[in-house]
Design a protein around this ligand. Sequence first.
Ligand SMILES: Cc1ncc(COP(=O)(O)O)c(C=O)c1O
Length: 477
Amino acid sequence: MEPFQPRVLSPEEIRVMLTGVSEEEVERARANSLTPLSREVLFEGLPASAIVRDIEGNEYIDCTAQAWTLNVGYCHPDVLAAVVEQMRYLTHVRFGWATIPRIKLINRLPQLFPGNLTRVVLTNQGGGTAIEAAMKLAMVNRPGATVFLTAYRGYHGATLATIAASHYMPVLTRFSGFGLDHFIKFPYPYCYRCPIQRSPRTCGLACLDLVEQAIRYAAGAPIAGLIIEPMQGAGGQIPTPPGYLAGLKEICHKHGILLIFDECQTAFGRIGAMSAAEYYGVVPDILVLSKGLGGGFPIGAVLAREDLKGFAYVEEHTTFGANPIAFAAALAAIEVMVRLDLPGRAQRLGERATARLRQMQEEYPLIGDVRGPGLFIGVELVEDRGTKRPATERAAALVELARRQGVIFDLDLPDIVNGLPDRRNVVKIKPPLTITEEQLDRALDVFEATLAQVSQFPPQMLEEIRSEMMRRAVPER
Ligand SMILES: Cc1ncc(COP(=O)(O)O)c(C=O)c1O
């Protein structure tokens, strides 16, 4: 029996279904979609690359890796081969069923990370649900504790619990999440804009006191866990300073709090190491993974210390949470990342890119800060290096102009100040780790050209950009 021979449709019908779309169809979908759709309709990614084309044949160098996920590039042939092979046997099973890819992935993941994170939960809904699984696991292991510490400007997902755990954006969203009283926020160690105005050279990590204070004064109930991105992604490409995570671990353990690293973005090579746990030499109690793990297929995973208790059957399960195709994709993606040493590649390319961006910083006052490591790059734009006033409008314009020139960049989360978006001024450069040197150079050429352009924008133009940003971002009421 040939599984890929259709029985009801013809192969031609299927090809047309997936490769052709009329303008009328696009417009109708735009009108009916309850979520905004991008202007461009993406069609095909070139195998294992950073290049994607839209239906009009325009080609883009994608410096977002589609939400920092395609570490192995678009449509990696090895991932596709594994997926196709797996599809011959099983495409879906219910959560409780063991399958070969699930068993292999449970065994493979702990080998990639330091310490004794040997216990594993796999999911297929991405980072947000994996974070929720980690929260549930923390509650299983800290009975009676239902409060979590999370950082200012953290991002952990868009489920109702993870929205509450994340940076709140009033005006831009009409809900703040469920269970806000289960989350206590503490300032992230953002050295460029230190929350306590200290210098990283002399501060002695005084910001760790803020975590102690949050525990002492803000917690009205026992704390189950502290969830932190070891390097903040959506919040603005902010690595924690050396020593911070070790200090945090000490504080957590002193208070019986489980330390949870959200490595949805930082794991699997992007930062020039397999994980931030490895990069900083700090092993959390619980590690959350997603994004790059699936090689483009939806997946999440939670790794936990070997002595932590696991779930009872009804505590953690979803209909699609044991999808063998995604697990097969992950198994192949992991081997590709390891054998091609994508962490090493990200480190080399990242050093080259940040060196060039630092040169640009000397020429363009608009660049306030350049941050890595690896291909986890953020360029913070400011109107004035003294006041560090965020160049939010120029950053938005840069991203738009670059897109017109065939390079896709993105920005960090906005802050809302006096009802207006502010501080969305960090341009993120996070392409697939397979990007070629030439493509990265081309992306940086476009970055520089558009940077030069937006540096010249007069104040009135910034006003117009701001109104347009608000028009696009604020939901209709
Ligand atoms: C650090 C981090 N955690 C969690 C999430 C949520 O993942 P998902 O969108 O797959 O739910 C994201 C998504 O961007 C993320 O960056």
